[in-house]
Design a binder for this molecule. Structure first.
Ligand code: PLP
Length: 360
């Protein structure tokens, strides 16, 4: 990579959005939702935009008891011209289909997913203040709605898409987060569901999240389930590292072993990193090597990325009684450059990446 590619010019640090004063993640819902139903005999019924309202639910609904539930998370951002644009919705629609297949559920057609996003964003766009730090987060969910307690795939399903206003998962100022390495619990096992977005993947991480908080950390780092050795991802984000020095410096992320979620931000960061002149690679990194490489100066930056958080620097790592900073614990130059490149792409300020945006 070329050093200059990510070096902000003196006095021209990458612009950072203003810190949010409201809209904590997942709390400020909009006024509409899109719904569609599927039955084994009739397939998909037409999808409908309607006012957001509570759902009627049979107490024996399969999704509630056996967890046949998958979801997605994507964002609509205010574009430079004032319109709204949804970031990489086709990719989210395809991942939604892959998640559904893994739980023996019907796939929502990509066209229906895109129309739902268009309809919902159009209906609620007026609620999004003209502030680049804020976005409209879309939450599609597909759940088994049949009232039956036999252990078999349901014959009836519901699709919903709701939305909320958000200023970011942590905060919009890139304060580095501290992470806690989970040594005695796992997020995902080989052959399991770690590479899809199903509801059941998340609550099992809450106790580790609580322990991380007790240790004074923001987030959990998950290791692989088989060896408890290799760094896989954070709670709801993929992780990246900057390794090597000089001409050998590279942006690396854990490989897709089937136990990490193939994040759409992860894919975007790889593409943006290459455009910034960085070498990129999928490489395994153990927690022990993370510590050693920080101490030897071979690992100079670490960050997490995802739709919710964008790009968030990792400043400090807690692993048992050990604790170390990544470089000086502050956000690194590559992290800030990638973060700004991602924000620019999401806000339609990068013409050659216009195909990532669906204008609404
Ligand atoms: N890893 C997990 C477990 C997630 O839930 C998410 C969020 O969807 C990510 C990574 C990041 O994926 P994306 O960039 O597609 O939001």
């Amino acid at each position: 990579m070329t050093e200059s590619a990510v070096e902000p010019e003196a006095g021209h640090a990458p612009p950072q959005p203003a810190a949010p004063t409201r809209f904590a993640f997942g709390e400020t819902f909009t006024g509409h939702m899109v719904t569609a139903a599927w039955t084994v005999d009739g397939g998909w019924e037409p999808d409908t935009l309607r006012p957001r309202a509570p759902l009627a639910m049979d107490p024996a609904m399969v999704g509630l008891h056996y967890g046949q539930v998958v979801f997605e998370g994507l964002k609509a951002h205010r574009q430079a011209d004032g319109t709204l644009g949804v970031f990489r919705p086709e990719d989210h629609a395809r991942r939604f289909q892959r998640s559904a297949r893994r739980l023996a559920m019907p796939e929502l057609p990509v066209g229906t997913f895109l129309r739902a996003a268009d309809d919902l964003v159009r209906a609620d766009a007026g609620l999004l203040p003209d502030d680049p730090a804020l976005s409209l987060y879309l939450r599609p969910v597909l759940y088994a709605s049949e009232p039956v307690l036999a252990l078999r795939p349901a014959r009836e399903y519901r699709f919903l898409m709701i939305a909320f206003l958000t200023g970011g998962f942590f905060a919009d100022r890139p304060d580095p987060v501290s992470v806690w390495v989970a040594r005695d619990q796992s997020r995902a096992a080989p052959g399991g569901t770690g590479d899809i977005k199903c509801a059941g993947n998340y609550a099992p991480g809450y106790p580790a999240q609580q322990r991380a908080a007790l240790a004074g950390c923001h987030q959990v780092i998950w290791l692989d389930a088989a060896e408890r050795h290799w760094v896989e991802e954070m709670g709801g984000m993929n992780v990246f590292f900057v390794r090597g020095t000089g001409a050998r410096r590279r942006l690396v992320t854990p490989p897709r072993t089937g136990t990490i979620l193939p994040g759409i931000t992860r894919d975007s960061v790889f593409a943006l990193g290459r455009r910034l002149g960085l070498d990129t690679a999928e490489e395994r990194l153990s927690a022990d090597e993370w510590r050693r490489a920080c101490r030897s100066g071979d690992l100079t930056e670490a960050f997490a990325c995802g739709t919710g958080a964008g790009v968030t620097p990792i400043g400090t790592v807690h692993d048992g009684d050990d604790r170390w900073d990544v470089a000086d614990g502050g956000p690194g130059r590559v992290t800030l450059a990638v973060r700004e490149a991602l924000a620019a792409a999401q806000q339609g300020r990068t013409p050659h990446l216009a195909h990532w945006i669906r204008r609404v």
